[in-house]
Design a protein around this ligand. Structure first.
Ligand SMILES: NC(=O)c1ccc[n+]([C@@H]2O[C@H](COP(=O)([O-])OP(=O)(O)OC[C@H]3O[C@@H](n4cnc5c(N)ncnc54)[C@H](OP(=O)(O)O)[C@@H]3O)[C@@H](O)[C@H]2O)c1
Length: 249
C-alpha cells in the first residue's frame, strides 16, 4: 500500500487531501492537534476506503512535537507528504501578540521546512515521492506576514521541484484563492465582503492540485479565474498592487 502523511487533515483542504488519497488506496498518517477529531477522520476514511489510518496528534508550532513527526517520517518513509496545516491572524502585524506571530511562522514555514527535510532522503533513495506544500495566492502579493510565509513556501517548493524532479521526487506549491473551509471563521474574519465567485471548493482545489502534481507542474493555481487573477497581478500597475496589499481580508 502506498502511504501519505498529511498535516491538518481534520478540516478544509487537508481533509479533502486525506479523502482523495484514501479513495486512491493510500494508507494515511494524519497530523494535527485535536486528537478526538483526528480519530474521527481516521475511522471514517478507514471504514469508507478500507485503508489504514494512523493518527499523530501534534502541534506543529511546538518544536518537540514537530520532531516526533520528523522521526516518524524517517522511521516509516511515505510516498506522499502534504504540508497543509495552517492558520491566519486577523489583526494587523503590530497589534498581534508576538508569540502568535511566531506560531504562524513555525507552522507555515518551519514545519514545512523540517517535514520536507525529513521525508526527502528516503524518497531520493527510492527515486520516487511526492511533496505538496499548501501555499496561497496571498504569496504573490505583499500581504503581511501570512503573505510573506506563503511567498517562502512557493519559492522553496519551486526550487525543490526543479532540483529534485530529475531524481524522481515531485514537489508542488498549491496556491489557492479563497476556499470554503474553517480557515476564516477560526481567525475570526468576516467574509461578507468576499463575492461568491471568488470562493473555491476544497475538493475541486485538491483534484486540480493532484492533477497538476502528476502532470509535473511546480505551482498549481486552481481555477481559471484565479489563474487570470494571478496573471493580472503580475501585469498590474504597481499602484493597484499596493492598493490591494493595503486592504485587509
Ligand atoms: N481557506 C482558504 O481560503 C485558504 C486559501 C489559501 C491557502 N490556504 C491554506 O490552506 C491550508 C489549510 O487551510 P484550510 O483553509 O483548510 O483551514 P482549516 O479548515 O482551518 O483547517 C486547518 C487545519 O490545520 C490544522 N492545524 C492548524 N494549526 C495547527 C497546528 N498548530 N499544528 C497542527 N495542525 C494545525 C487544523 O487542525 P487542528 O485544529 O486539529 O490542529 C486543521 O486540520 C493552510 O495552510 C492555509 O494557509 C487556505
Amino acid at each position: 500500500m502506498p502511504t501519505a502523511l498529511i498535516t491538518g487533515p481534520t478540516a478544509g483542504i487537508g481533509y479533502s487531501f486525506a479523502a482523495a488519497l484514501a479513495a486512491e488506496g493510500f494508507d494515511l498518517a494524519l497530523v494535527s492537534r485535536d486528537k478526538a477529531r483526528l480519530e474521527q477522520v481516521a475511522e471514517e476514511l478507514a471504514s469508507r476506503h478500507h485503508v489504514t489510518c494512523t493518527v499523530l496528534p501534534a502541534d506543529l508550532a511546538d518544536a518537540d512535537a514537530t520532531l516526533a513527526v520528523e522521526e516518524r517520517l524517517r522511521d516509516q518513509p511515505v510516498d506522499v507528504l502534504v504540508n497543509n496545516a495552517g492558520f491566519g491572524l486577523w489583526r494587523p502585524f503590530e497589534h498581534n501578540d508576538i508569540e502568535a506571530e511566531q506560531r504562524g511562522l513555525d507552522v507555515l514555514v518551519r514545519a514545512v521546512l523540517r517535514l520536507t527535510h525529513a521525508a526527502l532522503p528516503a524518497m531520493l533513495r527510492r527515486g520516487s515521492g511526492d511533496i505538496v506544500n499548501v501555499s496561497s495566492v496571498a504569496g504573490f502579493l505583499p500581504r503581511g506576514t501570512y503573505g510573506a510565509h506563503k511567498a517562502w513556501v512557493t519559492s522553496f517548493s519551486t526550487w525543490a521541484h526543479l532540483h529534485y524532479q530529475p531524481a524522481g521526487v515531485r514537489v508542488l506549491a498549491l496556491c489557492p484563492g479563497f476556499v470554503r473551509t474553517e480557515f476564516h471563521s477560526r481567525m475570526g474574519a468576516g467574509v461578507d465582503g468576499i463575492p461568491e465567485w471568488m470562493w473555491l471548493n476544497a475538493d475541486a482545489v485538491v483534484a486540480e492540485a493532484l492533477s497538476d502534481l502528476r502532470a509535473g507542474k511546480a505551482v498549481s493555481v486552481p481555477s481559471a479565474r484565479y489563474k487570470a487573477l494571478v496573471t493580472a497581478t503580475r501585469l498590474a500597475p504597481r499602484g493597484l498592487v499596493e492598493k490591494l496589499a493595503r486592504r485587509r481580508g
